[in-house]
Design a protein around this ligand. Structure first.
Ligand code: GLN
Length: 309
């Protein structure tokens, strides 16, 4: 380490090594990666700089900012709340402690919906959080419109900002009619929702009470409890939504859920009881059950009659 006029000047690599050691001692799972990503965030650099320019000195004010962020990460504040961004489906979503950080597993849900989404469909995303599911669906489809619902007004502010940042401003005819491509609504599940949809998608809170007690600190201490806690057996929201959503789906409409790895059977049977057909369970990249979806019939499941033959 060089010293100029009593001030220690650290190189890029020295700072990185310091950050890495500190995060490692604090029990951060990916200490090396996080130390590097924070340094790149602070210095506006990329991954090559460590290899190519590791001996360059870092301006004292940048050093201070980096050390402060490492201090926060040592307290297990999630990396994404420090950098304010998480990539999901190739899009950079703004995140802060008001919303769940988008997970890679959830991309499996989005891809499954995209396979079934056709031009002009109406999509409802229940428990939208950062808006990552709905915004990705609208980004990668044509002329669909979407409603994102959350009980948290705080979350909806983040979702609204993401929608404005990531979706094209449309001056098409539907926007002129006053029906924008994306809308957000504060509602306790379907309470304030009106209209019908072709697709309802949700990644609801699904962690059961016992597991809530043993979450890693990043999740348990910093992510919103409201976005995680699925009640005593983790199935509270699936139970309510499979029942309540039928009034909001067109005949032939589809319901897609992200689920916890142990919930495939339970959620499938809830959907079956509620009258859904062709129920499928889809695995994530780790080979674990991650998505359940099904189609509602054209009849009225309540009285067992169906239209047509
Ligand atoms: N829909 C958001 C996501 O998948 C938030 C989900 C939640 O808050 N449970 O990241």
């Amino acid at each position: 380490m060089k010293v100029y006029e009593g001030v220690a000047v650290m190189t890029y690599r020295e700072l990185y090594d310091m950050g890495k050691k500190a995060l490692h001692s604090a029990g951060v799972a990916e200490a090396e990666l996080d130390a590097r990503l924070l340094l790149e965030y602070v210095c506006g650099t990329n991954r090559n700089d460590l290899l190519v320019h590791g001996d360059r000195t870092v301006a004292p004010d940048r050093q201070e900012v980096y050390k402060a962020l490492i201090g926060k990460r040592e307290k297990r504040i999630p990396l994404q709340y420090l950098t304010g961004v998480q990539n999901f489906m190739g899009l950079d979503f703004s995140v802060d402690s008001r919303v769940l950080i988008p997970r890679q597993d959830t991309e499996v849900l989005v891809e499954e919906v995209l396979r079934n989404l056709h031009d002009g469909m109406h999509v409802l995303d229940m428990c939208t959080g950062s808006g990552c599911i709905l915004i990705s669906l609208l980004h990668y489809s044509n002329h669909c419109d979407g409603l994102g619902v959350d009980i948290s007004q705080d979350a909806l502010e983040v979702a609204g900002r993401n929608g404005a940042k990531l979706l094209p401003k449309e001056s098409d005819e539907s926007a002129e009619e006053g029906f924008g491509r994306i809308r957000f609504l504060q509602s306790d599940l379907f309470q304030a929702v009106e209209g019908k949809f072709d697709v309802i998608v949700s990644n609801p809170p699904y962690i059961d009470s016992a597991a809530m007690e043993s979450l890693m600190p990043e999740v348990g201490e910093y992510e919103p409890r409201l976005a995680l806690d699925g009640g005593s057996d983790g199935l509270y929201y699936y139970r309510r939504m499979t029942e309540e959503c039928r009034d909001y789906l067109f005949g032939g409409g589809m319901l897609f859920f992200e689920i916890g790895q142990e919930q495939g059977e339970a959620v499938s049977s809830l959907m079956k009881q509620a009258g859904f057909l062709d129920i499928q369970v889809v695995k994530d990249y780790a080979g674990l059950d991650r998505v359940v979806y099904g189609t509602i019939g054209f009849g009225t499941p309540e009285n067992g009659k169906s239209e047509g033959m």
